[in-house]
Design a protein around this ligand. Structure first.
Ligand SMILES: *Cc1c(COP(=O)(O)O)cnc(C)c1O
Length: 470
């Protein structure tokens, strides 16, 4: 598990960058050379050393002991492809800004659409999931003007804000004890009418709960609304072969949503700045029509700038995504899907340890790779304060977790004999999104046990500190 003498930060791939730049430059070989400043100048290097030092002020997102929020570095292939593209810096607004990277974006997005089972689609990359959801809800508002947008109370917080920006009414729907949208509450709201779009969250940000698509689709038959699937975090799990049967049933019906958001910068191994929106009906392209005085004229084809709300977008994002998907195709039983499966196995394994350990109360088994739990205590507020101290103590052992304020109904308080003196509880949360996490479950559990044990404060200092503190 622990490997000696390996640098913590992968750097061998950088050697390939020079060779890649040679290959790229050959495409421009008939241009006259031109003068430029020698790089890196001593001043540049000085500034960058300063930057490197400042970047030490981060949690170690790259390390398996970082098991907190949804954060990890991109795949080395994505990092290199992005860097390579930086020497050109294409803009995927239009073909004039980046012919190759625009074509790569279309290919990569078509692969994401194919992953959910779509043979045709309209879609593109965005700056992130928020921008992608904004486009989905904007189209929802164009198709059903003035009608209400519904999402569960565990949906991403940005949906409410986005609808505010769009000037559309928004209402949130209660969730059940597993964090999924309550079908009863949804149906009773639908009966009152005036609903234009329902957002199903396919993997909530807090707990990874998947809203039940088969039942929501049945409600669509009866009540008629647009269905948007916010699968920003969970979308790629459509490829995983080790989901619980009822979670699988939702993923099997994902293709019936009208629009889907999947963030390549969440579980798609990409640098930040890469979300993706896809629509099942390419006809919604008509709503994007605009008249830019800067229109590029090099092609008659609908270019990406004509089907996106954003204008300039990093072509490098498309190059990175294309390269990653070329190396790790979006296939079931492939190397990429095995990474997702490893993450879910890690979450299940840790859940099992917690479930039997007596120190913590878990919620239902994780649907994806996100786990939430609370320390055993007499009351909810005691449990909340213990969560905060476990969070702090674990960090002293280099295990970085997250905290989440959750409804107490997610935990079986009665079964655990915890008195409910508050409606919400501060829970510990862990996103086990790196495939390496599977091999680190025992170590993560060991640190959790030490951190939860009040008698063990003294042991913190004695334990081996593997990470550097400065
Ligand atoms: C992360 C997330 C978002 C927001 O995406 P950004 O890329 O952070 O803008 C939206 N919905 C869900 C379910 C998410 O997990």
């Amino acid at each position: 598990m622990k490997t000696k003498n390996l640098p913590l930060l992968e750097r061998d791939s950088i050697k390939a960058l020079k060779r890649l730049l040679d290959t790229l430059e050959k495409g421009f070989g008939d241009l006259p050379s031109f003068k430029r400043a020698k790089m890196p100048s001593p001043a540049t290097e000085r500034v960058l050393v300063e930057a490197a030092k400042r970047l030490r002020d981060n949690f170690p997102y790259f390390h398996p002991l970082y098991a907190g929020q949804m954060l990890k570095p991109p795949h080395p292939a994505a990092r290199l492809a992005y860097a390579l593209a930086m020497w050109i810096n294409p803009n995927n607004h239009a073909l004039d800004g980046g012919r190759a990277s625009s074509a790569m974006e279309k290919e990569a997005v078509a692969q994401i659409a194919a992953m959910v089972g779509w043979k045709s689609h309209l879609g593109h990359l965005t700056g992130g999931g928020t921008m992608a959801n904004l486009e989905a809800l904007w189209i929802g508002g164009r198709v059903n003007p003035g009608k209400t947008i519904l999402a569960s109370d565990q949906a991403h917080y940005t949906h409410r804000r986005i609808t505010g920006v769009l000037g559309l009414p928004f209402e949130s729907v209660a969730t059940d004890h597993r964090g999924r949208i309550s079908l009863e509450s949804l149906e009773s709201r639908l009966k009152r009418g005036g609903v234009g779009t329902v957002v199903a969250t396919v993997g909530t940000t807090a707990t990874g709960a998947v809203d039940p698509l088969p039942e929501i689709l049945a409600l669509r038959e009866r009540y008629g609304f647009r269905l948007h699937a916010d699968a920003a975090y969970g979308g790629y799990f459509v490829l995983a072969g080790n989901l619980a049967p009822d979670t699988s049933k939702s993923f099997e019906r994902l293709s019936e949503a009208d629009s889907i958001v999947i963030d390549p910068h969440k579980h798609g191994l990409q640098p930040y700045g890469c979300g993706c929106i896809i629509f099942r009906d390419p006809g919604v392209g008509k709503f994007y029509k605009h008249d830019s005085p800067y229109t590029y004229f090099s092609s008659n084809e609908l270019h990406l700038g004509e089907i996106s709300l954003e204008c300039s977008r990093a072509g490098a994002s498309a190059v990175a995504l294309w390269a990653t998907q070329r190396l790790l195709p979006l296939r079931r039983k492939g190397a990429f899907s095995r990474m997702l499966e490893a993450s879910r196995s890690a979450a299940l394994a840790l859940h099992r340890k917690m479930h039997s350990g007596g120190l913590f109360i878990t919620s239902t088994p994780p649907e994806l790779d996100i786990l939430v739990w609370i320390p055993a205590a007499g009351t909810v507020s005691e449990s909340s304060s213990l969560s905060r101290s476990v969070f702090d103590r674990a960090a002293k052992h280099n295990l970085h977790l997250a905290l989440a304020e959750l409804p107490t109904k997610f935990f079986d308080l009665a079964g655990a004999g915890i008195m409910r003196d508050s409606e919400t509880v501060t829970a510990l949360r862990s996103v086990l999104m790196k495939p390496e996490h599977r091999d680190w479950v025992d170590e993560i559990w060991r640190i959790l046990e030490i951190s939860a044990n009040k008698e063990s404060r003294g042991k913190v200092k004695q334990s081996k500190q593997s990470g550097r503190t400065n």
